[in-house]
Design a protein around this ligand. Structure first.
Ligand code: CP3
Length: 351
């Protein structure tokens, strides 16, 4: 076992470690009162993302409170379209609102050249966070996958049926390919810059991977992800990549084979025995407690957490949720979950 890199990176490298590493998607955020205070001070959500001192502070808050094994940069997947020149705003209670891309002209106006300047504060935050963390706590950088980011860019925000973006992909594949290609390049640069600034692993969030039929999944999810992973590996061969093709269901194994990610984050619909035999034999698995069980707390949460840990005990596993922490989750439930998992580790060490 390595003495310097901590259990998160050891596990992600496929090594057995004495205990199960833990972090949670959206571990920084509105469920924490200390986050809400900083958020109010920052002004808008994007102002918070682009303020290195405040972004550092909110990244560290859940580490101080819960002692997670990894911190994840506080930012958002939509800083990439913003960096490319698209208008992006976060409205209270409404979520993200983007100036909708409509056709060739607006796609050709996106510019990779202005991204490094616009996103410089993000990379500055990465450096500050890395300096503030102890050696045992890893720093994860992230980006959205081209497909998921494109859904927001084309729909102009969140969507229920993804009608516009699917119609574009299905009826004008050459034009959609141009958008995906820009996003691939932007993602490689954005993740590369985070790695250069101090990120030790990166995660690709593909929150809407599960809405595509299998052939389109292959074209717009697996293909772009594979190209991003291979470019990153060329430039940063030792930095592990975690993929999160949320709700990909039976396509999870294809994603794993087709992309070469080192780790795979599982949503909470994935059956544990199936994941243990079909996925964990080929990659490090991460997940997959239902976020609503964390919100609910109590014995239901603790029992589900034990079952997940037990199912993945024979191979490398990083404990996480199946999606992000919900806004109204009591912070005490998070503390209980962490205590429970640490107690299970301690019990085994003693046995
Ligand atoms: O995990 C972390 O702690 C790091 C920070 C992080 C945020 N967003 C902060 C955030 C990460 C990794 C993300 C990823 C992200 N952003 C995804 C992929 C994961 C997922 O949730 O599916 C997506 C789809 C987005 C886009 C996005 N950002 C949406 C749809 C929203 C609005 C929904 C909401 O919860 O309000 C955001 C805003 C956002 N990103 C918040 C946070 C803490 C809440 C904004 C606020 O504080 O007002």
């Amino acid at each position: 076992m390595s003495e310097t890199s901590g259990i998160f990176l050891d596990t992600l490298a496929g090594q057995r470690s004495a205990s199960t590493p833990i972090w949670l998607m959206r571990q920084a955020g509105r469920y924490l009162p200390e986050y809400r205070r900083v958020r109010a001070e920052a002004g808008s959500f994007l102002d918070l993302c682009y303020n290195p001192d405040l972004a550092t502070e909110v990244t560290l808050q859940p580490i101080r409170r819960f002692g997670f094994d990894a911190a994840i940069l506080f930012s958002d997947i939509l800083v990439v379209p913003h960096g490319l020149g698209q208008e992006v705003a976060f409205r209270e209670g409404e979520g993200p609102v983007l100036e909708r891309l409509d056709g060739e002209r607006s796609i050709d106006q996106l510019s990779l050249d202005r991204m490094p300047d616009r996103l410089a504060p993000v990379y500055q935050a990465v450096g500050q966070i890395r300096s503030a963390l102890s050696r045992e706590t890893a720093l994860i950088g992230f980006a959205g996958s081209p497909w998921t980011v494109a859904t927001y860019m084309v729909e102009g925000g969140g969507s229920k049926d993804f009608g516009r973006v699917k119609a574009l992909a299905f009826s004008e594949p050459a034009l959609f390919e141009r958008l995906i290609d820009i996003l691939e390049q932007a993602t490689v640069r954005h993740l590369g810059a985070q790695i250069d600034a101090g990120a030790q692993a990166v995660q690709l969030f593909d929150s809407w991977a599960g809405v595509l039929p299998p052939d389109a999944f292959e074209t717009w999810v697996t293909g772009p992800t594979q190209r991003i992973v291979s470019q990153l590996k060329r430039e940063h061969p030792t930095v592990p990549v975690i993929g999160f093709p949320r709700q990909a269901g039976l396509l999870y194994p294809d994603y794993l084979t087709g992309t070469n990610v080192d780790g795979i984050s599982l949503d909470s619909t994935v059956p544990l025995p199936w994941a243990a035999s079909e996925l964990q034999s080929r990659a490090v698995v991460q997940g997959n407690l239902d976020s609503a069980l964390l919100f609910a707390g109590g014995d239901a949460m603790l029992q589900a957490a034990s079952r997940i840990r037990e199912a993945f005990r024979s191979g490398p596993h990083i404990f996480n949720l199946g999606h992000g922490v919900m806004q109204h989750t009591p912070p005490d439930n998070v503390a209980r979950l962490v205590d429970h998992l640490r107690a299970l580790d301690a019990g085994e060490a003693a046995a």
